[in-house]
Design a protein around this ligand. Structure first.
Ligand code: ZN
Length: 323
């Protein structure tokens, strides 16, 4: 399903979305924020989503159907990059921002029907001579059978993706998209690429599912800390939530584990449990909800909510999800 780079480096994302997309493609979120240092990996992932959602065959990574081939060459009519350089209408002379003219053009496009699952990849970009690090990332994209919207090998000028910020994606443009993000036509998804969620306005964040894309994958798969405390998951005694959170936070302190890593371990534990329940789609769907709850908890950590409080909130949401 996913490109080798994603399989090998973004194991959690690979497993989570494989589970979700195998279960039911129509549950793919209508708005996603990918955040983390590696914007190249985010762009690759966004293209790969477009490929899986539009493949005419079984979404194998090596598929050569017309949709997969179009996406491979970055020329699919419904998998569209929107940046200050891309998807510019003719009457738009702005060069430094994603303009309101662009968001209007996007909305006009959505007013027409489409046979495809439409994906809008919204990011910042530059065309430049790549440095060593960027060169390496470009070759990773190519070896994974994807291309950028623009490249000029002869003059060594390449399209380089960058994370959105509020300077390039200003409030007026962002706000003009809110309604379509909230209630898009069927089979339409927006994917925002950014380094940090604070680079986007709150109204976009609150309408999106947020996924952290790590730049180096945590190899340590020891889930003992979670298993010892939550072996009865998904059963959680609501009166023990405070104690469970305290135990987990104290133990991760002792193990020198960052709260963010603790939450990721919790997600890996749920994913493992889900993989043991693939014959029960209702269970799997609820477990995917729980994983998403922990995504939100990770976002809360970024807005300086104390780990104990974020974890208690998450545990309570999980408890509610199963009652
Ligand atoms: Zn295909």
């Amino acid at each position: 399903m996913f490109a080798p780079f994603i399989k090998n480096n973004l194991k959690f994302i690979n497993d989570y979305f494989s589970l979700l997309l195998n279960n039911n493609k129509s549950t793919f979120p209508q708005s996603i924020i990918l955040y983390g240092e590696d914007i190249f990996a985010q762009y690759l992932l966004a293209l790969n989503f477009g490929k899986i959602l539009n493949c005419q065959n079984t979404s194998e990574f090596n598929c050569n159907c017309i949709n997969c081939n179009w996406i491979t060459t970055n020329s699919h009519p419904a998998v569209i990059t929107v940046s200050k350089l891309d998807f510019k209408p003719d009457n738009d002379n702005s060069k430094t921002v994603i303009s309101v003219k662009q968001t209007l053009a996007l909305k006009n496009l959505l007013a027409t029907t489409s046979e495809y699952h439409r994906i809008f990849i919204i990011c910042d970009a530059d065309i430049k001579t790549p440095n060593k690090n960027e060169k390496e990332k470009i070759s990773i994209l190519k070896s994974n059978n994807f291309s950028f919207p623009y490249e000029d090998e002869e003059h060594n000028k390449f399209w380089i993706p960058k994370g959105l910020n509020q300077k390039v994606f200003q409030e007026e443009s962002a706000n003009s998209l809110l309604k379509v993000i909230e209630e898009p036509p069927p089979r339409t998804s927006f994917i925002f690429l950014t380094k940090d969620k604070t680079d986007l306005i709150e109204t976009i964040i609150s309408r999106s599912q947020c996924f952290y894309v790590p730049s180096k994958y945590m190899q340590d798969n020891d889930l003992t800390i979670i298993f010892d405390t939550l072996k009865f998951y998904p059963e959680i005694n609501p009166f023990e939530i405070g104690d469970i959170a305290t135990t987990l936070i104290n133990q991760s302190d002792t193990l020198n584990l960052e709260p963010e890593e603790l939450f990721t371990k919790f997600q890996q534990f749920i994913k493992k449990t889900a993989l043991n329940n693939t014959d029960n789609p209702t269970y799997v769907a609820k477990m995917l909800d729980d994983i998403n709850t922990l995504n939100k908890a990770q976002m809360q950590l970024k807005s300086y909510i104390k780990p104990q409080a974020a974890l208690e909130n998450a545990l309570f949401s999980i408890y509610k999800n199963w009652t």
